[in-house]
Design a binder for this molecule. Structure first.
Ligand SMILES: NC(=O)c1ccc[n+]([C@@H]2O[C@H](COP(=O)([O-])OP(=O)(O)OC[C@H]3O[C@@H](n4cnc5c(N)ncnc54)[C@H](OP(=O)(O)O)[C@@H]3O)[C@@H](O)[C@H]2O)c1
Length: 334
């Protein structure tokens, strides 16, 4: 997943005199949470402002004039080359960076990087800062808001308040081998196909375990009622993978709430289901791309963990992603 993180003022300012023009307690927390363990891509001037690579994540500096290489540090002459570098296992190990699975990539400014990235990023985490900055000299670029689904998140701040917003690109594309796979969310009009695929998958799981599928259960109707209710309440979300018009991969995340506990003060949990890839499209990273998208949905919903009862086949995928094992019950801590 390629994302973008920015904080901007009401008049769209992101920088002034080489600095971020506000200091707000807690504003940078999201940046740290999202980028830790992942890849952060920043322009040369932003890097010089910080003065060192940010710890516990890979820093890729975009510059046409300077080269950087060191512990958790690489550089590239363009944003696209920075993204390619972040996906190059050899380069990652050269920088001593060993992520769990495929790391997310976060473009973190300034203007030139954002300008290039708004055309293709999958997600934008935009913090709207409730202030007007006079004489700002770096701005966030224009982007096609229609291409994104917008969610408003938590608010915070001190004298200056801020509100988190998340923009998710409605139709995402990824080159996989010689194909371009499209990723998008499940809609009402996909439901019949989705339910058929789900029943085929459940039937396969049942019969390979030597059990007989119970008769007299109208699972199609029950599933339809479930999906319609929970999609309307936004407590079920599914990302699909498509080759052209054909759905070749599915995923599903249901959101539930438990009484809060220490490691999950929201009490919110994501329950993973419906992970399926068409056998002709396996070993192409599609299941991981789907998993990543629904885990991100759970994070954006405020879940503290994702749970799954994994089939034997799924265990390898989930372990590589960072899920922890307990019999066939697995948990991924967010
Ligand atoms: N509010 C926020 O969320 C936020 C986030 C980040 C930064 N900022 C602020 O923004 C300001 C810095 O941003 P900035 O736009 O002036 O500088 P910047 O993007 O950090 O750095 C600019 C340099 O990056 C390289 N670069 C930029 N775009 C490139 C591209 N498309 N291809 C290749 N190289 C590229 C060039 O380096 P070379 O000259 O070496 O070729 C360029 O001179 C500061 O005030 C900072 O505090 C704010």
């Amino acid at each position: 997943m390629v994302g973008l993180i920015v904080a901007r003022s009401k008049n769209n300012v992101i920088g002034k005199n080489g600095q971020i023009p506000w200091r707000i307690k807690g504003e940078q927390k999201q940046f740290k949470e999202l980028t830790t363990g992942n890849v952060v891509v920043m322009g040369r001037k932003s890097y010089e402002e910080i003065g060192h690579p940010l710890p516990n994540r890979l820093n890729i500096i975009v510059s046409r004039t300077e080269k950087y290489e060191g512990e958790n540090l690489l550089s590239a002459p363009s944003v696209q080359e920075a993204i390619a570098l972040a996906q190059d296992k050899e380069a990652l190990s050269r920088a001593g960076f060993t992520p769990k699975g495929e790391p997310d990539i976060y473009i973190s400014g300034g203007y030139g990087l954002y300008k290039e990235a708004v055309a293709f990023v999958d997600k934008m985490y935009i913090t709207e800062v409730d202030t007007v900055v006079e004489d700002g000299d770096v701005f966030f670029p224009e982007f096609d808001a229609e291409a994104f689904e917008k969610k408003t998140g938590a608010s915070g701040g001190d004298e200056i308040k801020f509100t988190r917003t998340i923009y998710t690109r409605r139709v995402q594309e990824k080159k996989t081998g010689d194909k371009t796979i499209t990723y998008r969310k499940l809609t009402q009009s996909d439901l019949d196909t989705f339910i058929n695929m789900r029943i085929t998958q459940l039937t396969e799981e049942y019969t390979t375990e030597g059990r007989e599928v119970p008769k007299n259960v109208d699972l199609a109707a029950a599933l339809k009622a479930y999906y319609e209710k929970h999609m309307a309440e936004a407590t079920f979300v599914s990302w699909l993978a498509l080759d052209g018009e054909k759905i070749i991969g599915t995923s599903g995340m249901s959101f539930v709430e438990k009484p809060p506990y220490f490691t999950c003060p929201t009490g919110r949990l994501g329950l993973l289901s419906s992970m399926f890839t068409d056998p002709d499209y396996r070993r192409m990273g599609i299941a991981q791309d789907l998993l990543n998208r629904v885990v991100n949905e759970a994070r954006d919903y405020g879940c503290g963990a994702v749970w799954i009862t994994a089939s034997d086949m799924g265990v390898k995928l989930y372990t590589a992603y960072g899920f922890e094992h307990n019999g066939n019950f697995m948990q991924y801590r967010i």
